[in-house]
Write a protein that binds this ligand. Sequence first.
Ligand SMILES: *[C@@H]1O[C@H](CO)[C@@H](O)[C@H](O)[C@H]1NC(C)=O
Ligand SMILES: *[C@@H]1O[C@H](CO)[C@@H](O)[C@H](O)[C@H]1NC(C)=O
Ligand SMILES: *[C@@H]1O[C@H](CO)[C@@H](O)[C@H](O)[C@H]1NC(C)=O
Ligand SMILES: *[C@@H]1O[C@H](CO)[C@@H](O)[C@H](O)[C@H]1NC(C)=O
Ligand SMILES: *[C@@H]1O[C@H](CO)[C@@H](O)[C@H](O)[C@H]1NC(C)=O
Ligand SMILES: *[C@@H]1O[C@H](CO)[C@@H](O)[C@H](O)[C@H]1NC(C)=O
Ligand SMILES: *[C@@H]1O[C@H](CO)[C@@H](O)[C@H](O)[C@H]1NC(C)=O
Ligand SMILES: *[C@@H]1O[C@H](CO)[C@@H](O)[C@H](O)[C@H]1NC(C)=O
Ligand SMILES: *[C@@H]1O[C@H](CO)[C@@H](O)[C@H](O)[C@H]1NC(C)=O
Ligand SMILES: *[C@@H]1O[C@H](CO)[C@@H](O)[C@H](O)[C@H]1NC(C)=O
Length: 645
Amino acid sequence: MTRQAKAPSTSRHSATFIVSFIIQQLAFVQTCTAVTVYYQAGQKPLGGTATDTGVAARYTGAAAYNPTTLNPPPPPGPDALPTQFAMQFSNAVPPGASIPQSGAFFGFSIEMSVVNQVLGKNSSFIQVPFLNLMANLQQRSGRINIRVGGNTQERATLVENTTDGRIIEKDLAGIINPTQTPPLVFTPELLQLLRNISNLVNVRWYLGVPFNDTSNFRLAIAERGQQILGDYLIGLQAGNEPDLYVDHGHRPQGYGPYDYFGEFGMLVQAMAGDEHLVNRGLLIGPNVNSGPWSPEMVWNTGFVDAYANNLAYLAVEHYPTDNCYAQYGVGTPRDPQETFPNYLNHTAGQTLIAPYLNSSAYAQTKGKPLLMFETNSASCGGFVGISDSFGAALWGLDYGMQMAYSNFSGALFHIGGQNVYYNPFTPEALGPSNTTQVLDMSANNNNIYSPVYGIYEHGNLVRALLFNYVTDSTGASDLNVELNLSGTQVSGEVQVKYLLASSVSQKGNFTWAGQTFGGMFDSDGRPIGTESVQTISCTSQSCTIHVPAPGAALVFLYPSSRSDTAGAPSQTFSTSARTNTHNTATVDPSVLATSNGHSGMDNKLGSTSEGSVSSAETRYELFIGSALSLVLSVVAGWALILGLT
Ligand SMILES: *[C@@H]1O[C@H](CO)[C@@H](O)[C@H](O)[C@H]1NC(C)=O
Ligand SMILES: *[C@@H]1O[C@H](CO)[C@@H](O)[C@H](O)[C@H]1NC(C)=O
Ligand SMILES: *[C@@H]1O[C@H](CO)[C@@H](O)[C@H](O)[C@H]1NC(C)=O
Ligand SMILES: *[C@@H]1O[C@H](CO)[C@@H](O)[C@H](O)[C@H]1NC(C)=O
Ligand SMILES: *[C@@H]1O[C@H](CO)[C@@H](O)[C@H](O)[C@H]1NC(C)=O
Ligand SMILES: *[C@@H]1O[C@H](CO)[C@@H](O)[C@H](O)[C@H]1NC(C)=O
Ligand SMILES: *[C@@H]1O[C@H](CO)[C@@H](O)[C@H](O)[C@H]1NC(C)=O
Ligand SMILES: *[C@@H]1O[C@H](CO)[C@@H](O)[C@H](O)[C@H]1NC(C)=O
Ligand SMILES: *[C@@H]1O[C@H](CO)[C@@H](O)[C@H](O)[C@H]1NC(C)=O
Ligand SMILES: *[C@@H]1O[C@H](CO)[C@@H](O)[C@H](O)[C@H]1NC(C)=O
């Protein structure tokens, strides 16, 4: 859906706050004041214990801004990577292609406790870089799905007011021991914030019903959520990673899939008796991690049939690995440099998805969409040097396409706050038609460094996405891929957009079709520069596509297969704003050790700026952490490319 321009609106409560935006067709124009990003040097990782445990400890700023750069793996050589190969495409969708996918396939998951860092302070103070990024994605994909939740949702309680007037507060009185995650209280203003965002950009929300007390469900988030968000509320998670409840001390030993089945039923019953609920069919389960339960253990309880009327989505959560040791001194130490190659080939995404192929097939038989509800490069905040690197951008793009190909119906990349290296990228590849089908072409004899996906819309081949995971500045590892398009309507030429950087270890300044989100501290959520799209001439419907090492190339077979603004017209938000911040609480390492969220909480930002003018009006503290700065480059990469056109 598209939205029209609105007049600038001004907060009644903050003279310094102005949001205005301009809708433009086909181009981003730099009409807005530059944004200065502040970050705090000298900041230690939260959690207390990580003072001398690895790379993360040596840099003491917030994780999202850590400049550590790794070495790219050496080129594998011509035997491991044949650089010239041909691919035969048919116009019709071949057997084995995915179910139809939406351009909103790639979404975000935001830990509830950091909503005020990433999204905004209240309904009249929305983070502008976030809006710009969302507008940019919407332009390509039509809409963006975002989950607000995580481990912190389980004990969150809606209150009418907080003592300090903020939309989220840690209930310090609720802490039983000093290392425990404080429960959150939040106000309806948080929901109003989400609603106001949706008034500006087409963002749809998933929330979570607190599941810590199943004899006394706190349904207020569902009631008020439905009331305030209306159709913008698309799902309600019931239980976050219940297979880890025992490990986290949230349920007694022996708690198993049948217990979860029973508790889910109690929720369904509680909701049935709640007259304030309009829609009782929005639930999402079982949200198991790769913990002690396989998804099948839950399917085999009869869960999906029993609750078919209440389940909007089935979901799992999964991270390839964790970096908890470096961050919190718990778990297995992992060296980022040694871990890096694990992200730099096609096997990575395939391996992550393999345990879920049976579940995605099962979900199809039940007519329910399956979501990857929370994922990213590594839990406990990701890895220094990896998670915000160009290599991670390629990995995320490939992993995302692999999930689409494997019949997931959506994937949410998790943003835990400032102390993460996360990075999501991807919607232009899929486009906004809702008919997109994806096929992993097993290219180059299934070569792990050079995967290729075919992308179909309305039953016809429209795009191809080609990767080169290798870093090699000599050009010897550049690919030349001959696409044989003889079965298609292609005549004369095709167009190509490139995702490029000089090395898989580069952070920031990645370019997508010549545009960039800038360097490490630069981004305000808008791509900078002039878009450049390459035209490649074809001979007898055979087109040779060059893929630099490293890089990715999205090939558009027809002018009509470009979807730069197919999702919505372009729009840009600008602001001037100034906020205060304050420091807070500790985080329970046992919670963080498993996958999640990594509650960066309210780290202090502020101190050094980069670049721009710093009058009070133009200064703007970005609480976006990995989501909107470094991560912007990467995420934007994925989001753009996946939704990207
Ligand atoms: C919203 O947050 C901003 C920034 O913290 C603050 O200045 C403003 O007073 C808040 N508005 C309301 C209505 O609380
Ligand atoms: C946010 O929502 C409130 C309540 O509907 C409204 O009064 C306010 O003007 C909105 N703010 C913005 C910036 O849209
Ligand atoms: C659930 O969490 C709420 C909010 O922290 C707390 O008041 C309540 O006691 C908890 N219930 C159980 C059974 O742990
Ligand atoms: C508490 O919240 C109510 C309802 O939103 C509001 O009318 C009232 O002014 C608030 N009280 C304080 C002290 O902020
Ligand atoms: C696939 O999942 C179904 C449902 O849980 C289960 O019955 C079946 O055994 C699984 N198949 C495999 C190969 O795991
Ligand atoms: C490719 O990635 C997989 C999965 O992460 C990893 O196990 C493997 O070692 C990688 N292969 C190479 C050659 O780096
Ligand atoms: C995805 O679903 C389609 C349609 O059911 C099926 O043909 C295809 O094999 C599935 N793909 C995977 C990787 O399971
Ligand atoms: C795609 O699906 C979404 C959600 O159902 C819908 O809002 C949108 O209008 C659809 N887009 C098209 C082009 O059909
Ligand atoms: C392309 O494929 C068609 C059909 O298989 C084949 O006849 C033709 O020779 C191929 N063209 C090239 C340039 O390889
Ligand atoms: C990014 O590009 C800017 C402008 O060209 C340059 O000043 C900066 O050093 C680059 N940063 C990186 C990490 O390459």
